[in-house]
Design a protein around this ligand. Structure first.
Ligand code: B12
Ligand code: SF4
Length: 457
């Protein structure tokens, strides 16, 4: 087909860094990261007839060339990177280069994003990004493109993973089968931004794995078992591929023996689970009732019995949490043999019911989105001071990743126990230990990252 655009259209796609990555160094820059699919997916969606030259910059691993020659810049925003994204947008727009903004933060706060862009894209961009690009070359780009209802993920091109460079990521083979989630947890952006789940046809997922030649991979899906029938079919289709995989599900997987069995037989070696809190009241408060029905120690036993390791996530700062919550949670985590525990501070991301509730109660302390990264206190807790909340969280990280605690976990996950997934390795534990011991830097640094400023190790 002849090119519609005689000179190559130069598109620069950027995923800006959050402040955490300002302090990268040692194991932090690489060992804990898996390859995101945002930019590689957008690159694949560029219509071939535009004859485009596409450059991708993930600012967590590389610097943005501020003098880059481009006809159009696209920037992907999550909340924590929104201020940095707006700085970069202002820079390129000042150079006369039109800027398009998209991603979860734009979907949640389109009016804010619109002020910083020539065009915004809300929701998933499978149909709108190609439409925008065709409009751009025809000189009629609109200021806003919204995802239409009924989007299908069938027959989409595979992400152009080769454009990001496999060497930069500890797990380069990432994939998604589904998007969205059926649950309505109050703090979560997923129901507000994306709503009900949609899925890639299973044949497309299998074909993508085969063309990658992947033997170990991570599913980036927010909840792989949202639709259990789909999950059963997917796991069944993975069995002949003889791969090892990790992904995110809810604790509900352990309530369904057949599903758990299929997951294990299909090569599942690690799952990330949101336990969130040990408190039934707090689970009710945050509308995560399905976790209330679970005995977390039993969840761990069942997963370990199937050779599946667990990254278990806990959140501090629910209304009934007091200063006791930190030690209680750390004791539990060690007792239950959670393989890689993670802690976050409750974060009311804008656009969520939690944000609206706290805003109405005048409990939002700070609307600098840079601090909305799961590690800062941006609201007034009920039974804790903000200071006690972040100090307690830092204490929990350090205690959990002390050398004796790491040794206990690694012994429990020794290879002959059948659990051999990547994150259970010494490197994973040491990476989180590094993180735990550097958290204080993120709390005390000057948060504003100037355009052009270098990342310091
Ligand atoms: C990979 C990943 C990361 C990577 C890279 C983050 C990044 N900047 O992209 C790392 C590991 C660094 C990371 C860190 C964090 N992450 Co993260 N991460 C993901 C994850 C699992 C996958 C992203 C992905 O590849 N998706 C697949 C692609 C295809 O979908 P997509 O990104 O949504 O893109 C589509 C559309 O949104 C749109 N689009 C997106 N950008 C753009 C840009 C343009 C120009 C256009 C046109 C369209 C467009 O088009 C795409 C195709 O439809 C998502 C969950 C998910 N499954 O999406 C969470 C997610 C993005 N992360 C999230 C969070 C909370 C975090 C952390 C705060 C967690 C923590 N406590 O450490 C930190 C933030 C650190 C910081 N401030 O920098 C939240 C974001 C919430 C929010 N409002 O900000 C998500 C949605 C998970 C969740 N459960 O809520 N994360
Ligand atoms: S189960 Fe997970 S992805 Fe689904 S709404 Fe709750 S927190 Fe969000």
């Amino acid at each position: 087909m002849p090119s519609l655009h005689p000179k190559p259209l130069r598109i620069l796609l950027i995923s800006p860094r959050g402040p955490l990555y300002r302090h990268r160094g040692g194991t932090w820059s690489k060992s804990l990261r898996y390859a995101p699919l945002t930019l590689t997916t957008l690159a694949a969606l560029v219509p071939p007839e535009l004859n485009a030259e596409i450059a991708l910059v993930d600012e967590g691993i590389a610097e943005v060339d501020l003098d880059a020659d481009a006809d159009l810049v696209g920037i992907s925003l999550i909340t924590g990177t929104a201020p940095r994204s707006y700085e970069l947008a202002a820079h390129f727009r000042a150079r006369g280069i039109p800027v398009v903004l998209g991603g979860v933060h734009v979907t949640l706060l389109p009016e804010e994003a619109q002020q910083h862009a020539d065009a915004i894209v809300t929701g998933y961009a499978e149909d709108t990004w190609p439409e925008l690009l065709r409009d751009f070359v025809a000189g009629k780009m609109r200021p806003r493109y919204d995802q239409a209802p009924g989007l299908s993920l069938a027959n989409r091109p595979f992400p152009k993973r080769e454009l990001l460079g496999a060497d930069n990521f500890v797990v380069a083979h990432t994939i998604e089968a589904t998007r969205g989630c059926i649950h309505q947890c109050e703090f979560c952006v997923v129901p507000s931004a994306w709503g009900r789940p949609i899925q890639h046809p299973i044949a497309d997922v299998v074909a993508d794995i085969q063309q990658m030649g992947a033997k170990r991979l991570i599913f980036l899906d927010l909840n792989l078992i949202s639709d259990m029938d789909y999950a059963r079919e997917l796991f069944t289709a993975l069995i002949p591929l003889k791969i090892q995989w990790g992904g995110l599900t809810t604790t509900i997987i352990t309530m369904n023996d057949d599903l758990l069995d299929l997951a294990a037989r299909s090569g599942c070696k690690g799952l990330l689970l949101g336990f969130e809190t040990l408190s039934a009241d707090a689970l009710a408060e945050t509308k995560k009732q399905f976790n209330q029905r679970q005995d977390y120690k039993d969840v761990m036993r069942r997963l370990h019995a199937h050779g599946i390791g667990v990254q278990g996530c806990f959140v501090f700062g629910f209304d009934n949490h007091t200063t006791d919550v930190f030690a209680e949670t750390v004791d539990f985590v060690m007792d239950a043999n959670i393989d890689l525990p993670r802690y976050a501070i409750l974060t009311p991301f804008p656009g969520t019911p939690l944000f609206d509730k706290l805003k109405r109660a005048d409990r939002i302390l700070n609307e600098d989105w840079t601090l909305y990264d799961g590690q800062h206190v941006v609201y007034q807790p009920t039974n804790l001071t903000p200071d006690a909340l972040w100090r307690g969280t830092e204490w929990a990280w350090k205690k959990t990743y002390s050398y004796p605690s790491i040794a206990k976990r690694l012994l429990a996950a020794r290879p002959w126990s059948g659990r051999k997934m990547l994150p259970l390795s010494l490197a994973g534990n040491l990476g989180y230990r590094f993180y735990a011991h550097n958290l204080h830097k993120y709390y005390t640094c000057d948060w504003q990252i100037g355009v052009g400023e270098k990342v310091v190790a």
